[in-house]
Write a protein that binds this ligand. Structure first.
Ligand code: DX5
Ligand code: ZN
Length: 214
């Protein structure tokens, strides 16, 4: 699956920018609160508007503090997948439960330097694991291949039937890096600048998908 990140889109034309990636599987929406990360993007009102403007399932990536309080409303609004950060809460399982109860898939994200081992036991409560391959906060950064070990560990558990979840990667994914992520067992690839930085974003989504499935 390919999930273009609208962080690299024109925020004044979000409905058009969603239409420009009609071939996408998910539309990745980066919510930043200027506390968990040093950047501020958009929040619930814009997600609600976007939900009316597109049929592509919204993959909301919450880079925010206090997800216990702020994450469930994204699920209630109709987001398909709501991912929050392991580093932002002491009780990720409770947050996942609330997201699922509100009708969305629940995702756990880990920053590049956060090990996955302490979370393996709780991944059964999640539908998605989002492995960050850049420090969260900004688009256009370089891919960090060392995070792929985390994808490999979780891929093996999925293949062994011990877990059922989507392994997603976010940060620095482009034509040059997507294949190594695919080889590590990633199922879903977020790409911001690599998609919206091209003249035909929808065609780029198709090209990325082809490279990932080779
Ligand atoms: C970064 C965001 C990413 C970002 C990726 O904090 O979570 O989703 O949009 O952008 P690229 O693909 O340009 O690295
Ligand atoms: Zn993201």
């Amino acid at each position: 699956m390919i999930a273009p990140s609208i962080l690299s889109a024109d925020f004044a034309r979000l409905a058009d920018e969603a239409r420009a990636v009609a071939t996408a599987d998910w539309l990745h929406v980066d919510v930043m609160d200027n506390h968990f990360v040093p950047n501020l993007t958009l929040g619930l009102p814009i997600v609600e508007s976007l939900l009316k403007a597109t049929d592509i399932p919204l993959d909301c990536h919450l880079m925010i503090e206090d997800p216990a309080r702020w994450a469930p409303p994204y699920a209630e609004a109709g987001a398909y997948n709501v991912t929050f950060h392991a580093e932002a809460t002491d009780d990720p399982v409770a947050v996942a439960r609330d997201i699922r109860a509100a009708g969305a898939k629940a995702g756990l994200s880990v920053k590049p330097n956060t090990p996955i081992e302490p979370y393996l036991e709780i991944l059964k409560h999640f539908d998605t694991l989002l492995v960050m391959s850049v420090e969260p906060g900004f688009g256009g950064q370089s891919f960090m291949p060392q995070v792929l070990d985390k994808a490999r560990i979780v891929r093996n558990l999925v293949d062994a039937g011990e877990l059922r979840l989507v392994v997603e990667i976010d940060g620095g994914i482009n034509m040059n890096t997507i294949e190594q992520a695919a080889e590590a067992g990633v199922d879903c690839f977020v790409a911001g600048s690599a998609v919206y930085g091209t003249a035909d974003p929808s065609a780029t989504v198709e090209k990325l998908r082809l490279l990932a499935s080779d």
